[in-house]
Design a protein around this ligand. Sequence first.
Ligand code: HGY
Ligand code: MN
Ligand code: MN
Length: 413
Amino acid sequence: MSSNNLQINFERLKADIEELSEIGRAADLGIYRTAFSDGDMQARKWLKEKILSANLEHYQDGAANVHGRLNWNNEQSSIMTGSHIDTVPGAGHLDGALGVVCGLEALRVIKENNLNLNFPMELVAFSDEEGSFNGMFGSQALTGDITPEWIHSAKNLDGSSLMDAMKKQGLNAMDALSAMRPANSIKAFIELHIEQGPILDSKKVPIGVVQGICGLQRWEISLKGVANHAGTTPMHMRNDALQGMAEFVSQIDRIIEEHGSEISVATVGRVELLPGAANVIPGEAIFSLEFRDTSEAILNELADAFRLTLSSLARRRKLMFEFSVASDIKPVSCDDDIQATISETAQNMGYQYFSLPSGAAHDSQKMAAITRAGMIFVPSKSGRSHSAAEWTSWDDISSGANVLLNSLYQLAK
Ligand code: HGY
Ligand code: MN
Ligand code: MN
């Protein structure tokens, strides 16, 4: 195998992807491996066995990030690749998992061929990339972007805490404070990920070179009115929390048009009504609001507009409104040299590529704070993701894995 054109072992990679995709799969064909759930822990165990059977060094840091290491010597800075194996509820089989399994395959091929390396190499599967407990716990911890207060306050939308979830699995969330990597301990980071959007699939281009990754704010909002009898309370005497929420949601398109960019998005993904009975006027509406853009200035402008809209409607409808910022992840640009390494590798291997921004958030945007970080995308069929309908063709998976393998080798040799 020429060292300019290393090839993955496709059958082995395919078998690994298929094996991992059965862990946490439910009858509805969605995958349920939310952070520190039993499915997530089973997947971590599977990954550890794969790392050890590849004769790589296994290491788990204080945030329970799972590492596989090649030629590790604790002195030199490493070339790192990875992603996440936790999922949203009802997820597809490739979001995160693809980058971890292809990263494992890259390290295996390099090891099996005894290739000379100037730098150690690392694979990492980050904890809770999906932000079940808000934020990106694993990559935040590894990059030192975590505090005891944050760990104590991290909870999921059901109110259960990260501390308890990890304790149930025999882990101590506070150990995450020791997961921070020394400055310059990672020379470069590349993450392979499905695009989770429609661009590459519509262009029929197999490789995406990511230019930048969107930032996002995730708010938890509560509108409080007065629970009352649904039959005896005249319409003009109601303080109906749901009506207030419905008015807010109906304003989202206008706010995006007036204050956002052409790639701004906003989503209300989860709603809870209290007390939640058909014959009681909702006294409280608790809902999530998440909005994204690649510009921090636009995110701040959207935040102001959302806040103003909430306060004016609450006043008019005699509702109380509170909100907390559960996640605030900054947008980043990907490293120019890493982008060039990926695009040149794709070109040398004869793959067409297209440069594009990422509308999804990724651990790479945390890694960009401490090293040169970049991402490779492969097409998502019809742009579907965060759903059992998620699909990428085996040809595109093979192309992406080979571009990752050769890009990493270019950086490590
Ligand atoms: O939500 C996201 O952008 C990512 O899948 N965590
Ligand atoms: Mn992901
Ligand atoms: Mn995701």
